[in-house]
Write a protein that binds this ligand. Sequence first.
Ligand code: HEC
Ligand code: HEC
Length: 235
Amino acid sequence: MEGDCYTLALLNLKHIYTKRYSRFKKVRDCSMKKIITGFILSITLFSLLSVAAGDAKRGQLASAACAACHGSDGNSPSPEWPNLAGQSEKYIARQLQEFRKGPDGNRFNPIMYGLVAELSDQQIADLAAYYATLTPKAGEADPDMVALGRAIYLGGNAANGVPACAACHGPAGMGNNQAAFPLLAGQHAQYTQKQLLAYRNGELTSEQAKIMQMIAQRMQEDEIKAVASFIQGLN
Ligand code: HEC
Ligand code: HEC
C-alpha cells in the first residue's frame, strides 16, 4: 500500500504539471504523512530530471534577449559579436557559466556578464541547446591570406611547435561537441583574431583556455591573422 501511495502522488503531480486536473486520482487509504512524503519525493524526482538537459524550445524563447547582437538565426550581423549558430552545446553552456561568474571568473566580459548574471543553470542549458540546433553561415576568406591560413589550420607550424587546428577543431572546423572543442567554421575573422590574442595574453584562464594559450603564444601575428581569415571562409 505504501508504494501505491507514492505512485499516486507521482501521477497526481504529473497531472498538475500537465494541467489535466480531471485525471486527478482520489487518494484513498493513504495517511496524510504518506501523501505529503510522496509529493515531496515526486517533486525532487521531477526537478532532478528537468535540469538534466537543455530544452531548445524554451531556449528559443529566451534567445529574444540575444538576437540583437548574435542574430535572429544565430549568425551575428557584426564582426565583433561571435556567431553562435551550430556551436557545440557543451561549449556554449560552459562559456555562459564563465561569463556568469563575473570579474572573478575565467572569462570576464562586461556586456555578457550583465546579460547572464541572473540566468539559472537550466536557462543556460536551454539557450545552449537552442543555438546548437541552428545552421552556421560561412563568410569569405581574404584570398591573399588563404595559403598561409590553410597551411596553419591543417598542418600547424612544426618549427614553432604550433599544432594543426584541425586536430581538435576538425578538418572542416565543425568542432567536437562531446569534447567541447568549439565549432570555428564561418566565425567572424575579427572575433577569432581577438580571441587568439586574448588567449595569448592570458586573459582567458579556464583549464580549457590554457590549451589555447599555449598554442596562441607560439603563433606569429601574421599566422593569427591568416588563420582567422581562413576560418571565416570555412564551411
Ligand atoms: C549587446 C550585445 C550582446 C547581447 C545582447 C548578447 N551578447 Fe553574447 N556576446 C557579445 C559579445 C561582444 C561577445 C564576445 C565576448 C568576448 O569577447 O569575450 C559575446 C559572446 C558570447 C558567447 C561566447 C561565444 C564563443 O564563441 O565563445 C556566447 C555563448 C554568448 N555570447 C551567448 C549569448 C546569449 C545566450 C545571449 C542572450 C542571453 C547573448 N549572448 C546576448 C555580445 C552580446
Ligand atoms: C589540443 C586541442 C586544440 C588544438 C590543437 C587547437 N584548439 Fe582551439 N580550442 C581548443 C579548446 C579546448 C578550446 C576552448 C577553450 C575555452 O574553453 O576557452 C578552443 C578554442 C578556440 C577558439 C575560441 C573559439 C570561440 O568561439 O571563442 C579559437 C578561435 C581557437 N580555438 C582557434 C584555434 C586555432 C586557430 C588553432 C590552431 C592554430 C587551434 N585552435 C588549435 C582546443 C584546441
